[in-house]
Design a protein around this ligand. Structure first.
Ligand code: GDP
Length: 594
């Protein structure tokens, strides 16, 4: 690196701040600061002339010379585009204008997400006069030195990914909060995976730097190990030290957000019809249905007729996040609206239509299509992904991999990374230690990924979500089998797998001894149902102590085929006698994963 830096850098006649920063291998912020020291105020995409660039570069220890190969520079400055930007790219460029970035705050629990949202809000939002009550409507917009930024008010990647899973990506930039005294934790890693899977750039807020024992350098190293190398170390990630408690570093954080937002060109057409996303909704007993909408394109006006999912209505009143009545909301503006007939679902897309008739028809059509989507939600299993590959719809097999111990994680990741055929590549969205949880499944839904568990199991909520959304969770105990399966999947050769589906759970409340037959568990059905022909597991504490078939199922004195939730029953298991009061008996069936 040092040798490289001694060579001359070729700089064109006109160069943007970012291009210059890339060329002289420093962060854009450093260039902006150096320009400021010379009395030049420039943003990251602003062009400066060769003379200015040369002075700045030389002051930063680099020698430059004019002329450049333009192709080279274009290559350097091109940034990978997230999916949502491609859509905007298809719009007529002349209609597009810059809109404020929409920012979500993610990070590990207790690292200060809520505190940071509060401190940013308090410092930069003029609250409504009515008693100064802070309303939380799901999002707010600040005005920082004349430049607006929208913050989504529900921190955490659960909300972020739940929206994505519904096809509603609204976040332009993620602020990852990491406590300087605690460092990168499991949910920090999850948050990174979720943001990266969504293709959303990350700025790190290194919070709690006021705490004794805060160790920013250690955290920077951990971040670097997780793929986010600070720009101080020649990486791409801005890591901004802040303290939500002392309100320090907040301006730097906002500046960093704006730098990124300039870099990725966040645009919309304000002159189109208002369209966007529902952030939250509720029914107020005095005011009726209240929904918070985030305008993503166009302008939403009071009096507009809006359709959202199966709901529709004329916008009778609109309020800003401060509770002020407003007449219009432009792109990136969160707005609380009254007038919808029923409460829409968070994540639903709203659009404006011309007539009430159109609104009614569209609402009822959406209603129908939502039902259809609900009934045949797209499967995310290996076979259907391969079908998509064959039809040219995808070139990647996305995987979420959960493993029991570090020692297994590395060989698994290494082997999986080496797989891949001509066109179909393996992309590891998230690899982590621990059981498969709901977040893993949400990430899989949002990114059309398969969840792979090695010596770990999905918890109940993960199982339920995976089942209702048709997400494939594949469990393995042998590494080579896991790798072989993924390899087969890449070639479309995988056999359908059977998965266990729990259909009910009973609690053992008494144990009877019946001569010749043995011990029978007197049970109360806690959930679902027990089926005579299904299989059953005995769970004591958090351990499975027996797994096998059912020998008898009785309700009162009768043999029955099934017993439902809320009823009592007697259960006998083949090859198992040692029931104890308090055991849970799980009834499950095997279903083909398809
Ligand atoms: P969240 O779970 O990420 O939303 O975290 P919170 O915002 O609820 O903060 C968790 C705890 O950390 C609270 O007790 C906060 O008062 C405290 N906290 C948040 N930010 C800071 C900070 O910058 N410095 C210190 N010392 N404490 C903080």
């Amino acid at each position: 690196m040092t040798e490289d830096k001694s060579t001359r850098v070729i700089v064109p006649e006109l160069v943007t701040v970012r291009e210059l920063a890339d060329l002289i291998e420093v962060s854009p912020i450093a260039v902006i600061k150096q320009l400021m020291a010379n009395g030049v105020i420039a943003n990251i995409n602003q062009q400066i002339d060769y003379e200015t660039a040369a002075i700045v570069a030389e002051e930063m220890g680099r020698e430059v010379e004019p002329q450049a190969s333009e192709e080279e520079l274009e290559d350097k400055s091109s940034v990978a585009l997230p999916e949502w930007r491609k859509i905007i790219e298809e719009e007529d460029e002349t209609d597009l204008e810059q809109r404020p970035p929409v920012v979500a705050i993610l990070g590990h629990v207790d690292h200060g997400k809520t505190s940071l949202l509060d401190v940013i809000r308090r410092a930069n939002v003029v609250e409504a006069e009515a008693g100064g009550i802070t309303q939380h409507i799901g999002a707010y917009q600040i005005d920082w030195e004349g430049r607006p930024i929208t913050f989504l008010d529900t921190p955490g990647h659960e909300a972020f990914t739940a929206m994505r899973a519904r096809g509603a990506q609204s976040t332009d930039i993620v602020v990852l909060v990491v406590a300087a005294d605690d460092g990168v934790m499991p949910q920090t890693k999850e948050a990174i995976a979720h943001a990266q899977a969504a293709g959303v750039p990350i700025v790190v807020a290194l919070n709690k730097i006021d705490v004794t024992g805060a160790n920013p350098e250690r955290v920077k190293q951990q971040l670097s190990d997780s793929g986010l190398t600070t720009d101080e170390w020649d990486g791409d990630t801005m890591v901004v030290p802040v303290s939500a408690k002392d309100s320090t570093g907040i301006d730097d954080l906002l500046q960093a957000i704006l730098l990124i937002s300039e870099d990725i060109a966040i645009n919309a057409n304000p002159n189109a019809d208002g369209t966007g996303m529902v952030i939250e909704s509720k029914i107020d007993k005095n005011r009726g249905v209240i929904a918070t909408l985030l305008v993503q394109n166009g302008t939403l006006r009071k009096g507009d007729i809006v359709v959202v999912g199966g709901a529709w209505g004329r916008m009778r009143a609109m309020f800003s996040h401060s509770g002020d009545s407003i007449d219009e909301a432009i792109p990136s503006c969160p707005v609380e609206v009254m007038g919808l007939d029923v409460a829409p679902r968070a994540g639903d897309t709203f659009k404006t239509v011309e007539t009430v008739r159109q609104a009614r028809t569209s609402a009822s059509e959406t209603h129908k299509s939502q039902k259809t989507i609900g009934q045949i939600s797209p499967m995310v299993d290996l076979e259907s992904i391969f079908a998509e590959f064959e039809s040219g719809k995808t070139q990647e097999l996305n995987l979420v991999v959960k493993v029991d111990v570090q020692g297994s994680l590395e060989p698994i990741v290494n082997s999986l990374e080496q797989l891949g055929t001509e066109g179909l590549k393996v992309r590891l969205l998230h690899t982590e230690l621990g059981n498969i949880n709901e977040n893993d499944v949400l990430l899989a839904i949002a990114s059309r990924a398969i969840v792979i568990g090695f010596n770990v199991t999905p918890d109940t909520s993960a199982q339920n979500l995976a089942r209702t959304k048709g997400v494939s969770i594949r469990e393995y105990q042998v590494i080579y089998r896991l790798v072989e399966d993924v390899e087969k999947a890449l070639q479309g050769l995988l056999e359908p797998e059977e998965q266990e589906v729990v259909v009910g759970e009973a609690e053992v409340r008494e144990v009877f001894k019946i001569s010749k037959i043995g011990q029978i568990a007197g049970c109360y059905m806690r959930s679902g149902e027990f089926r005579r022909k299904a299989l059953a597991r005995v769970v004591r504490g958090d351990k499975v102590i027996h797994d096998g078939s059912i020998s008898s199922l009785k309700h009162e004195k009768d043999d029955v085929n099934q017993v439902r939730k809320g009823f009592e029953c007697g259960i006998g298991l083949k090859g198992f006698q040692d029931f104890e009061i308090g055991d849970a008996l799980q009834c499950y069936v095997l279903e083909e994963v398809r």
